[in-house]
Ligand binder design. Sequence first.
Ligand code: GRF
Length: 191
Amino acid sequence: INIAVFASGNGSNFQSIYEATQSGRLKANIALVVCNKPDAYVIERAKACGIPCFVCSPKNYENKEAYEAAILAELTSAKVEFLVLAGYMRLVGSTLLKPYKNRIVNIHPSLLPAFPGIDAIGQAFDAGVKVIGITVHFVDEGMDTGPIIDQQAIRIEKGDTRETVEARIHEIEHQFYPAVLNELFEQAAVK
Ligand code: GRF
């Protein structure tokens, strides 16, 4: 299956997905990286992995439709069948949702529906919850609202700080996301 990874920042999840495709733990091919931030580190990572990266600033387009139409053209020419959002900090609109219905997933660092939106880990920490986690879900027009595919819970231990929790969440994400994706792709429904 040909996938595209969408990212806006560091791209550590892109890296773990890429490594899983290389080791065979994830049976998929990353055909394209899509990045909306021209200075994001994920662009360097994609280059180092030899994966084409489409960098597109929304502000260079007249509106969201035109921005997403440009992305769609790249996805089509790269024969991308499935979109994997990994730290992509924009809402996906109908221009991409329609052609990729049920074929867009996202990872979010909370046990959704708790703490959607930005800085989920900070939100959870401030709320004082003792169990946090990560969610992989299908993407719809809402903010972190689509059907949940899988979740993993993580306990906050005594002595944990925001930083230690953040580090643990990212470490677990890097194992969890490729594994959930592989399971999903093995299901005939999305082939
Ligand atoms: C991850 O925590 C992911 O759950 C969230 O954004 C972060 C992206 O990190 N959606 P990275 O760019 O993959 O390092």
